[in-house]
Ligand binder design. Structure first.
Ligand code: KIV
Length: 293
């Protein structure tokens, strides 16, 4: 017998694929099936091969290669300075991690600031870079002016996740990390969300949006799956930044974060607890992690 087959591998051996016995590769039809039977979608951010494989093995459905990488890995003050090359590099790393572990998660890559703002042709060119790096879907922030771009990308075979509410790339224009869609702004968000869904967006992150508005948006868009972060437990799924849910954000955590390392002795256990809490509806707890208005 070759000694290679029994030798342990140094430098971060990847775990086996998800232990869930029936887990099939996550795809758009499978996400729709989950939605239709009321199963919540569990999403986490991932930026490298090892954590991506661990999250996949823990049963996380979707991995978001977020431009939050700029803040958690590069030490930037906001996501505005993240480049397309950075996103390409991390998307490729996450993809390799999932593939080597024979994983099944759906991989979403963030289009960074300035890479889709000029024209829909610019957006297509840059989205192609992330798709070729292994993404299954790209995410872009904002409504209104992005609708035409979303339609253009979807028509050309690129699945799109929209992002409304607190959109970190425009944090300076929004005046800080604060709740969006209150009062009169709710109507505009509803209009923009419907237009994005009609343009073909099949997923939509809702960040720091009051619970009643997030619930209305979710019900209004049965084929565009809302993924909440600070939007309550009525959305089709949830996302957290991995560093936040592992309790290693040394700054002040926003209200919508729960530290899943508490009571868990390993990263994989913490991620499994996150998946379980999302699926059984115990996270988020609207009284603790969301805004009623
Ligand atoms: O970049 C990111 O990680 C995100 C999440 C906060 C949704 O967009």
């Amino acid at each position: 017998m070759s000694s290679e087959s029994t030798a342990s591998t140094p430098y971060g051996t990847l775990p086996n694929a998800s232990p869930l016995p029936t887990r099939r590769p996550v795809s758009l039809p499978r996400l729709q099936e989950m939605r239709d039977r009321g199963e919540k979608i569990a999403m986490l951010t991932a930026y490298d091969a090892t954590f991506a494989a661990v999250a996949d093995a823990a049963g996380v459905d979707c991995l978001l290669v977020g431009d939050s990488v700029g803040m958690v890995a590069q030490g930037l003050h906001s996501t505005v300075g993240v480049s397309l090359e950075t996103m390409r590099y991390h998307t490729e790393s996450v993809t390799r991690g999932v593939r080597r572990a024979q994983g099944s998660a759906w991989i979403i890559a963030d289009m960074p600031y300035g890479t889709y703002h000029e024209s829909r042709e610019q957006a297509l060119r840059n989205a192609a870079v992330l798709m070729q790096a292994g993404a299954h879907m790209i995410k872009l922030e904002g409504g209104g002016w992005t609708t035409d771009t979303v339609h253009f990308l979807v028509e050309r075979g690129i699945p799109v996740c929209a992002h409304l509410g607190l959109t970190p790339q425009t944090v300076h224009a929004l005046g800080g990390y604060r709740v969006q869609g209150r009062d009169a702004a709710a109507e505009q968000m509803l209009r923009e969300a419907r237009a994005l869904a009609d343009a073909g967006a099949s997923m939509m992150v809702l960040e720091m949006v009051p619970v009643p508005l997030a619930n209305t948006l979710t019900q209004a868009m049965p084929t565009c799956h809302t993924i909440g972060i600070g939007a309550g437990n009525g959305t089709a799924g949830q996302v957290l930044v991995m560093h936040d849910m592992l309790g290693i954000n040394l700054g002040k955590n926003p209200k919508f974060v729960r530290n899943f390392m508490e009571g868990n002795s390993s990263v994989q256990n913490a991620m499994q607890a996150y998946v379980a809490a999302v699926k059984n509806g115990s996270f988020p707890n609207n009284a603790l992690h969301a805004w009623e208005r």
